[in-house]
Design a binder for this molecule. Structure first.
Ligand SMILES: Cc1cc2nc3c(=O)[nH]c(=O)nc-3n(C[C@H](O)[C@H](O)[C@H](O)COP(=O)(O)O)c2cc1C
Length: 205
């Protein structure tokens, strides 16, 4: 399923909203490969290719949900049972989960933050590609993503880490569009004799 061609690519970017209310199907096969390939089009200083995607679906989800809960026990020991149950449900019932691996070179001349930003830019491309193909998703994270045991289960040994997970499927309500802030509060025209101020900051520095 793809969106009506009458909507321009820019309008699609402006309409995309994250959602965790997802049902089947999730993309498969060649379509999934193309959507993830959009992630590999992210800017990548030094061509370090830091993106690693691990796809979790079907029967594997419940086993992975248990790994998430074990990681939570270590990283978020005070988490209320309600939060644990929400995570269990999300990881065992969402049609597809994609772990966003960051293959990091800590001592490279390209700063680690730039490597991480490339993974983030790739994740955004994947979210946009999902939406353009009629799917949806949401990027989630939390202290459990730092857990070294969980990281090893998705093939990430130190110093490699996770930028979080994409929950992926088909939006329950495909017409949902979140209201957005106004760009005039977030942009400024620079000139040599005027200080830069943004409406978003109440006109203050
Ligand atoms: C790195 C990162 C981590 C996030 N982690 C969570 C999270 O754990 N839980 C959550 O509800 N939203 C999280 N969000 C926010 C959602 O992904 C999403 O941006 C938000 O629901 C607003 O939706 P929008 O993308 O339509 O603006 C995270 C966003 C980013 C960029």
């Amino acid at each position: 399923m793809t969106h009506a061609l009458s909507v321009s690519p820019l309008q699609m970017l402006l309409q995309r909203s994250s959602t965790g209310d997802l049902v089947s199907p999730a993309p498969q096969g060649e379509q999934l490969a193309e959507i993830l390939s959009a992630g590999l089009r992210a800017p990548d200083h030094g061509h370090l290719r830091p993106w690693r995607y691990v796809v979790i679906e079907g029967e594997s989800r419940s086993a992975f949900a248990e790994i998430v809960l074990s990681a939570m026990s270590r990283q978020e020991p005070g988490a209320p049972e309600k939060k644990r149950e929400k995570r269990r449900k999300r990881f065992s019932e969402t049609p597809m989960i994609i772990a966003l691996g960051m293959h990091i070179h800590p001592d490279h001349k390209i700063p680690v933050m730039e490597q991480e930003m490339s993974v983030a830019a790739g994740a955004m491309n994947v979210l946009n590609a999902l939406y353009m193909e009629g799917f949806g998703g949401v990027w989630i994270s939390g202290p459990f993503c730092e857990d070294r045991s969980l990281l090893s289960h998705v093939g990430l040994q130190a110093p490699h880490r996770l930028a979080g997970f994409l929950l992926v499927g088909t939006p329950e309500d495909p017409s949902y569009i979140r209201s957005r802030p106004d760009i005039t509060d977030y942009m400024a025209s620079w000139s040599a004799d005027m200080p830069v101020r943004f409406g978003a900051d109440g006109g203050e520095w």
